[in-house]
Design a binder for this molecule. Structure first.
Ligand code: ZN
Length: 173
């Protein structure tokens, strides 16, 4: 396994739409392993292909509780096929926005179809933090980011704070 570099906003790859994987190869499996390693190392609970500069429709996540067993998941060519009318407010962050968080409203439950790492088609319902993560990561595959779900004022604030944070990190080096 090898750790990959996580791209930080406003990297242009984060705004591009990723391509379907369709055929799962050894390269896909290696990519999934690398993405899981990169996500755990960050640490984060989700990571999508475009965030490591790979424009493929793949994401990994692990929303298990900190004191519980790890639950590494790989989603290939995921599609949201249903979402609840009920929406829920939750704080979101993103590995491409280090140190930034915002309350985001999204459907509380969703159903997604996807291929697992063995290429088997799955359909699964998600709720709570899992539903949140699945929606956030599928957004990434479409070039959409969590700041697109907040007010313009809040978005500008996050962009400014992130730029400052990254500047400080560079100066610390
Ligand atoms: Zn993200």
């Amino acid at each position: 396994m090898a750790k990959r570099k996580i791209l930080i906003f406003p990297n242009a790859s984060l705004r591009r739409k990723a391509e379907r994987v369709v055929k799962i190869t050894d390269r896909t499996r290696k990519l999934a392993e690398d993405m899981l390693e990169t996500m755990y190392d960050a640490p984060g609970i989700g990571l999508a292909g475009p965030q490591v500069g790979v424009m493929q429709r793949i994401f990994v996540m692990d929303c298990s509780p900190k004191d519980g067993d790890a639950d590494p998941r790989v989603f290939i060519d995921p599609e949201l096929v249903w979402e609840s009318d009920e929406v829920e407010k939750r704080e979101e962050g993103c590995l491409s926005f280090p140190g930034q968080f915002a309350d985001v409203f999204r459907p509380a439950k969703v159903v997604a179809t996807f291929l697992d790492i063995d290429g088997d088609p799955k359909e699964e319902e998600f709720e709570g933090i899992h539903a949140r993560c699945v929606q956030h990561e599928i957004d990434h595959l479409n070039g959409k980011l969590f700041i697109d779900h907040v007010s313009l004022v809040k978005r500008q604030l996050i962009k400014r704070k992130l730029a400052k944070e990254m500047q400080e990190r560079r100066e610390r080096k």
